[in-house]
Design a protein around this ligand. Structure first.
Ligand code: DAH
Length: 340
């Protein structure tokens, strides 16, 4: 019996040495101390022994159980520590590893230009409105006083979708939409895309951007137009910029003009940017034609207004010295990254 107990202790020790996990360790516990464990069986069989044997064997069995319990506790502690160690190794973070750089996007030069133009007019109290790129022939031409025989209506200039629907050739139809939906005082600008049947080259693109402006109120005069656009030019191109208004023709304004700014590159002396003239043409403008105001049902004796339209690409090309309009649409990051 005592030999058996010694054997049990040795076996338990050997098996515990081989236990690698808490689970395996517990299996050993069950094999020796569980309900049907080897030591439990012995203790249960003690009843059959003589009183003296029962005493000595009982003492020894208790001692063996204590030892096995001690071994089990040690083993549990050891495998738990090893498991923690392994977990730490698995979850280790190398804080010295260099970070992964994220490349930030940049604003497109046309957006930069449109945002700058919008900012100047917003500061003067204008709201920003938008119109659709697919427009009616009525809003794009008829209501803007460009009758059925106007040359701009030609198929070679305009992308028609049907007889009555087209891709807007200008942002001016937003004037009509505004007059039909708002009451004076009206003070809006409208940036957006426009489309024309042009073959792309260094200065032409079938899609480009304009910013339209419209102000309608009582007693608005040409002096208001000139003051507003002169202030705009100074804010966009610098305070020493001078402006000049040349007579022109647009069907929806009367009188009409084009505004030139003194060359922001040479200050007016003449250089490559202004082609030697000292002046750069920047926008079209004029006093809103009475028949346009009438589309909005306004009393043309009471209300007057001015309008203007400028090409965003043209401004951006001049400002940034870009000599080919197509660069704006190719999305070559080597080009776009230069405007950071
Ligand atoms: N819509 C004209 C164009 O595309 C630009 C323009 C000129 C707009 C004069 C206006 C204006 O509002 O008053 O060429």
């Amino acid at each position: 019996m005592q030999e058996q107990l010694n054997q049990i202790l040795e076996d338990a020790r050997a098996q515990l040495e081989g236990a690698k996990t808490a689970g395996e360790t517990d299996e050993v516990r069950v094999r020796f101390l569980g309900k049907k464990g080897r030591l439990t069986e012995i203790l249960r069989g003690m009843g059959k022994l003589s009183p003296e044997d029962r005493k000595t064997t009982g003492q020894m069995a208790n001692q063996v159980r204590n030892e096995i319990e001690g071994l089990l506790a040690d083993r549990f502690a050891a495998v738990k520590a090893a498991e923690k160690e392994a977990q730490f190794a698995r979850e280790k973070i190398d804080v010295t590893e260099p970070g992964k750089a994220r490349t930030l996007g940049v604003k497109h030069p046309l957006n930069i230009t449109m945002d700058e133009i919008s900012r100047v007019f917003r500061n003067m109290g204008y709201s920003i409105v938008e119109g659709p790129e697919v427009e009616t022939v009525f809003n794009n031409f008829d209501a803007l006083n460009a009758g059925p025989n106007h040359p701009a209506r030609d198929m070679t200039d305009t992308f028609y979708i049907s007889d009555d629907v087209l891709l807007r050739t200008q942002t001016s139809p937003v004037q009509i939409r505004t007059l039909l939906s708002a009451k004076p005082p009206i003070k809006v600008i409208s940036p957006g895309r426009v489309f024309r049947c042009d073959t792309p080259d260094a200065t032409h693109s079938p899609m480009f951007h304009q910013v339209e402006g419209l102000l309608v109120d009582e007693g608005v005069t040409m002096a208001d137009l000139k003051g507003t656009l002169d202030s705009f030019a100074k804010q966009l191109f610098g305070t020493s910029t001078r402006t000049k208004f040349r007579p022109h023709h647009f069907p929806f304004t009367e009188p009409s003009a084009e505004m030139d700014v003194s060359c922001f590159k040479c200050g007016g002396k003449g250089c490559r940017v202004c082609k030697g003239s000292g002046w750069i043409e920047i926008l079209g403008c004029g006093m809103v034609h009475p028949s346009v105001l009438e589309v909005g049902g306004l009393d043309t004796e009471k209300y007057t207004g001015f309008a203007f339209g400028l090409g965003v690409e043209r401004v951006a090309m001049l400002k940034y010295g870009v000599d080919d309009i197509r660069l704006f649409y190719e999305n070559d990051m080597r080009f776009i990254n230069q405007f950071k």
